[in-house]
Design a protein around this ligand. Structure first.
Ligand code: PLP
Length: 453
């Protein structure tokens, strides 16, 4: 790094840290932003600069930074029982209470909870439990997952295989597990000219059916999707999409795995994306806002039917041979319980709905007519602006991501953290954000956008 003082945090970061999802050579040149502390919707770096965290960290810090109640909940639990696991009949109170609570708040058919440490592990777990269940009921060939292009389901070998983003596959030799990726349900990009949202949904459901029939329904285990796609570029599904997709899944005994790692716990202004879109999943995956990311935690919920198959098979084999050392961690679960109390007491789901409407309206009012903005989209407190080289033709920049990166850098200078997914600029602020703070975030973003274009 050219301008870092020797032995500074910046210099030592470049010397020792390999960063996630970062261009490593670019990082050597520009160095890190070392975030030191946070309060509410804001974070501060080690040079004292203040930023509005327009991404809630990684789509996850629902209650904002500096929430003392979560620190206290962790401290209390650390003193009482800092660690235990859920292997071999062991349990702990925070995990039991959290499991009960999750079953109570999610769609009716979901009856049992398995805890992991990350969304990726949760999706790996979902894959394994689906396979285990299908083997248990004698459907040994039912192994293939169907996911969507543009989907993000994690980064491990199995969940990364479900992810439908080329940069997460390239030179990592993914996908490895049997998976088929069908068309991304993004109307702006993938609908035919003049095709309505309903007609686009029908076409995608037909494509799903054709994919299942071509492979043979006896080989297709599950369909996995986020209600609203997040990390791939914030893409709400077209009208009628989930109803049509669910009907196809039911017809061919294809299980429906819904990944709510981003949507869950109020992001769309409803408790879950399943509530917003009327989805009835067989398996539900949760993480991120479950603890506001104050602790690593994720959960997989399964229907009673799947549970009964798994339970019978574990009795036959002698054990359910799956689990993580830090799964059902009491400190993480205690923090989750306190975090869910805060979300409830402060009405943050309703806040996401009301302030979300303001965010969506203001983004459209301020940016939709800009000649370099192809689409403004989103629901609740998650949104994206797609930048294009040619608005009428929806033509992308060449290379893709060039302007996105410039906007991302300018946003730092203007004191707002956004995410550039290629040339798609994402916003996903903490659920505590107010309308006034949304305006401040967008003022800063507007200055960054002007600076970069
Ligand atoms: N699923 C979805 C929808 C996600 O957005 C993410 C992370 O962004 C994951 C899974 C993976 O979660 P983790 O990064 O905790 O492994």
């Amino acid at each position: 790094m050219s301008n870092a003082l020797p032995n500074s945090m910046q210099a030592r970061d470049v010397e020792y840290l390999l960063h996630a999802v970062t261009n490593a050579r670019r990082h050597e040149e520009r160095g890190p932003i070392v975030i030191e502390r946070g309060q509410g919707i804001r974070v501060f770096d080690d040079e004292g600069r203040e930023y509005i965290e327009g991404m809630a960290g990684l789509w996850s810090v629902a209650v904002g930074f500096g929430e003392k109640r979560l620190a206290d909940a962790a401290y209390r639990q650390l003193q009482k029982l800092p660690y235990y696991h859920s292997f071999s009949h062991k349990s702990n109170e925070p995990a039991i209470l959290l499991a009960e609570r999750l079953v109570g708040m999610t769609p009716e058919r979901l009856r049992k909870v398995f805890f992991t440490n990350s969304g990726s592990e949760a999706n790996d777990t979902a894959i394994k439990l689906v396979w285990y269940f299908n083997n248990a009921r004698g459907h040994h060939a039912k192994k293939t997952f169907i996911a969507r292009q543009g989907a993000y389901h994690g980064i491990t070998i199995a969940s990364g295989s479900l992810t439908g983003l080329p940069t997460n596959h390239r030179d990592f030799d993914l996908p490895i597990i049997p998976v088929k990726h069908v068309t991304c349900p993004h109307h702006y990009r993938y609908a035919d000219p003049g095709e309505s949202e309903e007609a686009f949904s029908t076409r995608l459901a037909d494509e799903l059916e054709a994919t299942i029939l071509e492979a043979g329904p006896e080989t297709i285990a599950a369909f996995i999707g986020e209600p609203l796609m997040g990390a791939g570029g914030v893409m709400p599904p077209p009208e009628g999409y989930w109803q049509k997709i669910q009907a196809v899944c039911h017809k061919y005994d294809v299980l429906l795995v819904i990944d709510e790692v981003i949507n869950g716990f109020g992001r769309l202004g409803t408790p879950f994306g399943c509530n917003y879109y009327g989805i009835d999943p067989d398996v539900l995956v949760l993480s991120k806002q479950i603890t506001s990311s104050y602790q690593p935690l994720a959960a997989v919920l399964i229907s009673d039917e799947i549970y009964q198959g798994i339970a019978d098979n574990s009795a036959k084999i002698g054990t359910l041979g799956h689990g993580f050392t830090a799964g059902a961690h009491p400190v993480a679960c205690a923090v989750a319980n306190e975090n869910l109390d805060i979300i409830e007491e402060r009405g943050l789901v309703e806040n996401a709905r009301v302030v979300g409407e303001h965010l969506q309206r203001e983004l459209r009012r301020r940016f939709a007519d800009h000649p370099l903005v192809g689409e403004v989209r989103g629901v609740g407190l998650i949104a994206a602006i797609e930048l294009v080289a040619d608005k009428a033709a929806k033509r992308r920049f060449d290379p893709v991501g060039k302007l996105g990166l410039a906007v991302f850098d300018a946003a730092h200078e203007q004191g707002v953290i956004i995410r550039a997914i290629g040339d798609q600029i994402a916003f996903c602020p903490p659920l505590i954000i107010t309308e006034k703070e949304v305006d401040e975030m967008l003022d800063r973003f507007a200055r960054a956008f002007d600076q970069a274009t």
